[in-house]
Design a protein around this ligand. Sequence first.
Ligand code: ZN
Length: 250
Amino acid sequence: MYQVKFYKGDYLERQRAANADGCVAYVEQHFNSCGDPAVNYTLVITGANASQTSRNWGRWYASAMAREFSLPVGGDQGIMVGGYNGRGDFNLRYTRMPALLLEPLFASNPQHAEWLRSEAGQTHLARILCESIQRFFQDGVLIGFSVGHKYKTTRSNDRGCGVCGGGWEADYAEAVLNKTQALLEEVEAVQEERLVQVMDGDKVLWDLAIDPDAEIAWDEVRGVLRINQPQVGASQPEVATRRRKRRSSR
Ligand SMILES: [Zn+2]
């Protein structure tokens, strides 16, 4: 139900083309870099004119990154509105749809570089981005992707920063977006139920659709995930406890 289109050319050109195509969301993938190899936060940039949806979507993505990779979030609760002294703003400000510039990891941090250079790490990043898009954009729609630095008309050799251990920011950014495209295009339907999943790495071992009002608590001492479904007397709605069909690979 999702279609993905990659936009190339200078950043203004990309944004105008995405507007003309009626994209409902736009993502530009980058990685951060800095002289100090210990710097390790996750950050999303929005345009200075970003909508509340862009901000919420950016914060959702940054906090998911922070949890999955045990990282601090940078900026204001994970987002930096308007970029670094304006850097990043020009990449987004002409979009007429919610738009993010992602800087989830530092190419200059050896641990981060290992993640972003590996297939498993790229898939992990792709899954978080895919889930964020599913969370914020419910209908079958066109999503615009832009690989930061690469495919510009001017400075066509730009590949962004060098990555610790080898390679260039833009090539790994492109790998992550390609994997995200594959995941998005596998999505068959809007997620209409609130879902609890048990995962091993990238694999869903078990999942359950639960009531939207259920309370969930993980007891790490007993190893019990308690799901307190609202009590509705004898006839609990079937959806509240229905086990979903297991998907073979996700
Ligand atoms: Zn960059």
